[in-house]
Design a protein around this ligand. Structure first.
Ligand code: IPE
Ligand code: IPE
Ligand code: MG
Length: 240
Protein backbone atom coordinates (compact mmCIF):
# COMPACT_ATOMS: atom_id res chain seq x y z
CA UNK A 1 0.00 0.00 0.00
CA UNK A 2 1.25 3.41 -0.93
CA UNK A 3 0.54 6.24 1.44
CA UNK A 4 -0.82 9.59 0.26
CA UNK A 5 1.16 10.70 -2.82
CA UNK A 6 3.79 13.29 -1.98
CA UNK A 7 3.38 14.98 -5.37
CA UNK A 8 0.20 15.03 -7.50
CA UNK A 9 0.23 16.54 -11.01
CA UNK A 10 -3.02 17.31 -12.85
CA UNK A 11 -3.92 17.95 -16.49
CA UNK A 12 -7.01 20.07 -15.85
CA UNK A 13 -8.93 19.21 -19.03
CA UNK A 14 -12.56 19.58 -20.09
CA UNK A 15 -13.37 23.24 -19.38
CA UNK A 16 -14.43 23.95 -22.96
CA UNK A 17 -16.77 20.95 -23.12
CA UNK A 18 -18.28 21.87 -19.75
CA UNK A 19 -19.16 25.30 -21.17
CA UNK A 20 -20.36 24.02 -24.57
CA UNK A 21 -22.76 21.58 -22.89
CA UNK A 22 -24.37 24.60 -21.25
CA UNK A 23 -24.33 26.76 -24.41
CA UNK A 24 -21.83 29.09 -22.71
CA UNK A 25 -18.66 30.59 -24.20
CA UNK A 26 -15.57 28.40 -23.61
CA UNK A 27 -14.04 30.98 -21.30
CA UNK A 28 -16.98 30.46 -18.90
CA UNK A 29 -15.68 26.89 -18.51
CA UNK A 30 -12.21 28.19 -17.69
CA UNK A 31 -13.73 30.52 -15.06
CA UNK A 32 -15.57 27.61 -13.50
CA UNK A 33 -12.30 25.66 -13.57
CA UNK A 34 -10.66 28.20 -11.24
CA UNK A 35 -13.18 27.19 -8.55
CA UNK A 36 -12.26 23.52 -9.02
CA UNK A 37 -8.60 24.36 -8.61
CA UNK A 38 -9.30 26.31 -5.41
CA UNK A 39 -11.15 23.29 -3.96
CA UNK A 40 -8.47 20.90 -5.10
CA UNK A 41 -5.62 22.91 -3.52
CA UNK A 42 -7.47 22.97 -0.22
CA UNK A 43 -8.26 19.24 -0.36
CA UNK A 44 -4.66 18.31 -1.23
CA UNK A 45 -3.31 20.36 1.68
CA UNK A 46 -5.81 18.73 4.06
CA UNK A 47 -4.80 15.25 2.91
CA UNK A 48 -1.10 15.88 3.45
CA UNK A 49 -0.05 16.15 -0.21
CA UNK A 50 3.13 18.25 -0.26
CA UNK A 51 3.33 19.26 -3.93
CA UNK A 52 0.53 19.91 -6.43
CA UNK A 53 1.42 20.71 -10.05
CA UNK A 54 -1.27 21.80 -12.48
CA UNK A 55 -1.24 22.29 -16.24
CA UNK A 56 -2.94 25.62 -16.91
CA UNK A 57 -1.70 26.67 -20.38
CA UNK A 58 0.41 24.60 -22.75
CA UNK A 59 2.93 25.71 -25.38
CA UNK A 60 0.38 24.47 -27.93
CA UNK A 61 -2.59 26.37 -26.48
CA UNK A 62 -1.42 29.51 -28.35
CA UNK A 63 -2.97 27.81 -31.39
CA UNK A 64 -6.49 28.36 -30.02
CA UNK A 65 -8.74 31.19 -31.27
CA UNK A 66 -7.37 34.60 -30.24
CA UNK A 67 -10.44 35.42 -28.09
CA UNK A 68 -9.89 32.26 -26.05
CA UNK A 69 -6.17 32.92 -25.60
CA UNK A 70 -6.76 36.51 -24.49
CA UNK A 71 -9.63 35.35 -22.25
CA UNK A 72 -7.29 32.83 -20.61
CA UNK A 73 -4.56 35.45 -20.11
CA UNK A 74 -6.91 37.93 -18.42
CA UNK A 75 -8.57 35.23 -16.33
CA UNK A 76 -5.12 34.11 -15.20
CA UNK A 77 -4.06 37.58 -14.00
CA UNK A 78 -7.44 38.26 -12.38
CA UNK A 79 -7.58 34.89 -10.64
CA UNK A 80 -4.02 35.33 -9.37
CA UNK A 81 -4.73 38.72 -7.83
CA UNK A 82 -7.93 37.41 -6.24
CA UNK A 83 -6.60 34.10 -4.92
CA UNK A 84 -3.15 35.08 -3.59
CA UNK A 85 -4.31 36.41 -0.19
CA UNK A 86 -6.17 33.13 0.49
CA UNK A 87 -3.25 31.00 -0.73
CA UNK A 88 -0.90 33.01 1.43
CA UNK A 89 -3.09 32.47 4.50
CA UNK A 90 -3.37 28.75 3.74
CA UNK A 91 0.41 28.21 3.64
CA UNK A 92 0.66 27.63 -0.12
CA UNK A 93 3.94 28.44 -1.88
CA UNK A 94 3.31 29.34 -5.53
CA UNK A 95 5.72 28.58 -8.37
CA UNK A 96 5.26 29.32 -12.05
CA UNK A 97 6.78 26.82 -14.36
CA UNK A 98 7.06 27.67 -18.02
CA UNK A 99 8.56 29.87 -20.71
CA UNK A 100 8.41 33.53 -19.69
CA UNK A 101 9.18 34.62 -23.25
CA UNK A 102 5.93 35.43 -25.01
CA UNK A 103 4.01 36.33 -21.84
CA UNK A 104 2.84 39.94 -21.47
CA UNK A 105 4.40 42.30 -18.89
CA UNK A 106 1.07 42.25 -17.01
CA UNK A 107 1.08 38.44 -16.73
CA UNK A 108 4.76 38.44 -15.75
CA UNK A 109 4.31 41.01 -13.01
CA UNK A 110 1.31 39.05 -11.65
CA UNK A 111 3.50 35.95 -11.55
CA UNK A 112 6.39 37.73 -9.85
CA UNK A 113 4.28 39.31 -7.14
CA UNK A 114 2.35 36.08 -6.43
CA UNK A 115 5.61 34.16 -6.06
CA UNK A 116 7.14 36.83 -3.82
CA UNK A 117 4.02 37.02 -1.63
CA UNK A 118 3.98 33.27 -0.94
CA UNK A 119 7.72 32.48 -0.94
CA UNK A 120 7.99 31.84 2.80
CA UNK A 121 5.09 29.32 2.91
CA UNK A 122 5.79 25.63 3.29
CA UNK A 123 2.56 23.66 3.79
CA UNK A 124 1.97 22.92 0.09
CA UNK A 125 3.98 23.81 -3.02
CA UNK A 126 1.65 24.70 -5.90
CA UNK A 127 3.34 24.66 -9.30
CA UNK A 128 1.33 26.29 -12.05
CA UNK A 129 2.54 25.21 -15.49
CA UNK A 130 1.78 28.16 -17.71
CA UNK A 131 3.17 28.51 -21.24
CA UNK A 132 4.74 25.16 -20.44
CA UNK A 133 5.65 22.20 -22.60
CA UNK A 134 7.62 19.11 -21.62
CA UNK A 135 9.74 19.42 -24.77
CA UNK A 136 10.45 23.09 -24.05
CA UNK A 137 11.65 22.09 -20.59
CA UNK A 138 14.01 19.37 -21.86
CA UNK A 139 15.45 21.71 -24.49
CA UNK A 140 15.96 24.64 -22.10
CA UNK A 141 17.58 22.32 -19.55
CA UNK A 142 19.96 20.89 -22.18
CA UNK A 143 20.86 24.40 -23.37
CA UNK A 144 21.59 25.44 -19.76
CA UNK A 145 23.85 22.43 -19.14
CA UNK A 146 25.73 23.06 -22.40
CA UNK A 147 26.13 26.76 -21.57
CA UNK A 148 27.64 25.76 -18.20
CA UNK A 149 30.15 23.61 -20.07
CA UNK A 150 29.02 20.49 -18.22
CA UNK A 151 28.63 17.09 -19.87
CA UNK A 152 25.04 15.97 -20.50
CA UNK A 153 23.93 13.43 -17.89
CA UNK A 154 20.61 12.51 -16.27
CA UNK A 155 21.64 14.28 -13.06
CA UNK A 156 22.77 17.43 -14.89
CA UNK A 157 19.56 17.61 -16.93
CA UNK A 158 17.34 16.93 -13.89
CA UNK A 159 18.98 19.75 -11.98
CA UNK A 160 18.48 22.17 -14.89
CA UNK A 161 14.77 21.37 -15.38
CA UNK A 162 12.11 23.94 -14.56
CA UNK A 163 10.76 21.54 -11.89
CA UNK A 164 14.11 20.89 -10.19
CA UNK A 165 12.81 22.35 -6.91
CA UNK A 166 10.47 19.35 -6.34
CA UNK A 167 10.62 15.55 -6.52
CA UNK A 168 8.98 13.87 -9.53
CA UNK A 169 5.17 13.41 -9.46
CA UNK A 170 3.95 10.20 -7.81
CA UNK A 171 0.48 10.47 -9.31
CA UNK A 172 -0.69 12.18 -12.51
CA UNK A 173 -4.42 12.80 -12.88
CA UNK A 174 -6.00 13.80 -16.20
CA UNK A 175 -9.64 14.84 -16.22
CA UNK A 176 -11.90 15.20 -19.26
CA UNK A 177 -11.73 11.60 -20.47
CA UNK A 178 -8.68 11.89 -22.75
CA UNK A 179 -5.84 9.47 -22.09
CA UNK A 180 -2.77 11.31 -23.33
CA UNK A 181 0.09 13.39 -21.95
CA UNK A 182 -0.26 16.42 -24.29
CA UNK A 183 3.35 17.55 -23.76
CA UNK A 184 2.97 17.78 -19.95
CA UNK A 185 5.84 16.64 -17.69
CA UNK A 186 7.63 14.36 -20.17
CA UNK A 187 10.87 14.00 -18.23
CA UNK A 188 9.42 13.95 -14.72
CA UNK A 189 6.67 11.33 -15.27
CA UNK A 190 9.07 8.47 -16.10
CA UNK A 191 7.76 6.52 -13.07
CA UNK A 192 4.53 8.31 -12.17
CA UNK A 193 1.26 6.43 -11.75
CA UNK A 194 -1.57 7.65 -14.01
CA UNK A 195 -5.25 8.10 -13.22
CA UNK A 196 -7.73 9.13 -15.92
CA UNK A 197 -11.05 10.60 -14.88
CA UNK A 198 -14.06 11.09 -17.15
CA UNK A 199 -15.12 14.10 -15.08
CA UNK A 200 -14.72 17.45 -16.82
CA UNK A 201 -12.35 19.66 -14.81
CA UNK A 202 -15.08 22.07 -13.55
CA UNK A 203 -16.82 19.02 -12.07
CA UNK A 204 -13.73 17.59 -10.38
CA UNK A 205 -14.31 17.49 -6.61
CA UNK A 206 -12.93 16.05 -3.37
CA UNK A 207 -14.65 12.69 -3.89
CA UNK A 208 -13.02 12.26 -7.31
CA UNK A 209 -9.63 13.28 -5.85
CA UNK A 210 -10.09 10.63 -3.16
CA UNK A 211 -10.84 7.99 -5.81
CA UNK A 212 -7.60 8.87 -7.58
CA UNK A 213 -5.64 8.70 -4.30
CA UNK A 214 -7.32 5.41 -3.43
CA UNK A 215 -6.39 3.95 -6.82
CA UNK A 216 -2.79 5.14 -6.30
CA UNK A 217 -2.79 3.36 -2.94
CA UNK A 218 -3.51 0.05 -4.67
CA UNK A 219 -0.68 0.25 -7.22
CA UNK A 220 2.54 -1.66 -6.80
CA UNK A 221 5.38 0.65 -7.83
CA UNK A 222 8.16 -1.60 -9.01
CA UNK A 223 10.67 0.83 -10.57
CA UNK A 224 11.97 -1.94 -12.80
CA UNK A 225 12.24 -4.58 -10.05
CA UNK A 226 10.16 -7.74 -9.68
CA UNK A 227 7.10 -7.93 -7.48
CA UNK A 228 8.92 -10.38 -5.15
CA UNK A 229 11.77 -7.93 -4.67
CA UNK A 230 9.33 -5.12 -3.85
CA UNK A 231 7.46 -7.30 -1.34
CA UNK A 232 10.71 -8.44 0.31
CA UNK A 233 11.83 -4.83 0.61
CA UNK A 234 8.50 -3.81 2.16
CA UNK A 235 8.77 -6.51 4.85
CA UNK A 236 12.19 -5.29 6.07
CA UNK A 237 11.53 -3.42 9.33
CA UNK A 238 12.25 0.30 9.19
CA UNK A 239 15.82 1.14 10.20
CA UNK A 240 17.10 -2.40 9.48
C1 IPE B 1 -8.40 22.65 -20.37
O1 IPE B 1 -9.70 22.63 -20.85
C2 IPE B 1 -7.91 24.04 -20.08
C3 IPE B 1 -6.93 24.56 -21.03
C4 IPE B 1 -6.37 23.90 -22.00
C5 IPE B 1 -6.53 25.94 -20.87
P1 IPE B 1 -9.99 22.70 -22.40
O2 IPE B 1 -10.19 24.12 -22.78
O3 IPE B 1 -8.96 21.96 -23.18
O4 IPE B 1 -11.38 21.93 -22.48
P2 IPE B 1 -11.86 20.96 -23.64
O5 IPE B 1 -10.86 19.85 -23.73
O6 IPE B 1 -11.94 21.77 -24.89
O7 IPE B 1 -13.19 20.49 -23.15
C1 IPE C 1 -3.74 20.03 -22.14
O1 IPE C 1 -5.05 20.09 -22.57
C2 IPE C 1 -3.29 21.39 -21.68
C3 IPE C 1 -3.91 21.90 -20.46
C4 IPE C 1 -4.78 21.29 -19.70
C5 IPE C 1 -3.49 23.22 -20.08
P1 IPE C 1 -5.43 20.29 -24.11
O2 IPE C 1 -6.92 20.29 -24.16
O3 IPE C 1 -4.75 21.47 -24.67
O4 IPE C 1 -4.84 18.97 -24.78
P2 IPE C 1 -5.15 18.32 -26.19
O5 IPE C 1 -4.95 19.40 -27.20
O6 IPE C 1 -6.57 17.85 -26.17
O7 IPE C 1 -4.19 17.18 -26.30
MG1 MG D 1 -8.82 20.02 -23.77
Amino acid sequence: MNPIPNHIAIVMDGNGRWASKRCLPRVAGHKQGVGSLRRCVKACAQRGVKVLTVFAFSSENWNRPVEEVSGLMSLFTMALAREVPRLKADGVQLHFVGDRAGLSPKVLSGIDSAQAATASNSRLVLNICFNYGGRWDIVQAAAKVVAQGRPISEAALSSAMAMAHVADPDLVIRTGGEQRISNFLLWQTAYSEFYFSDRLWPEFDEAELDLAIQSFGQRERRFGKTSDQVLAQASVPAGA
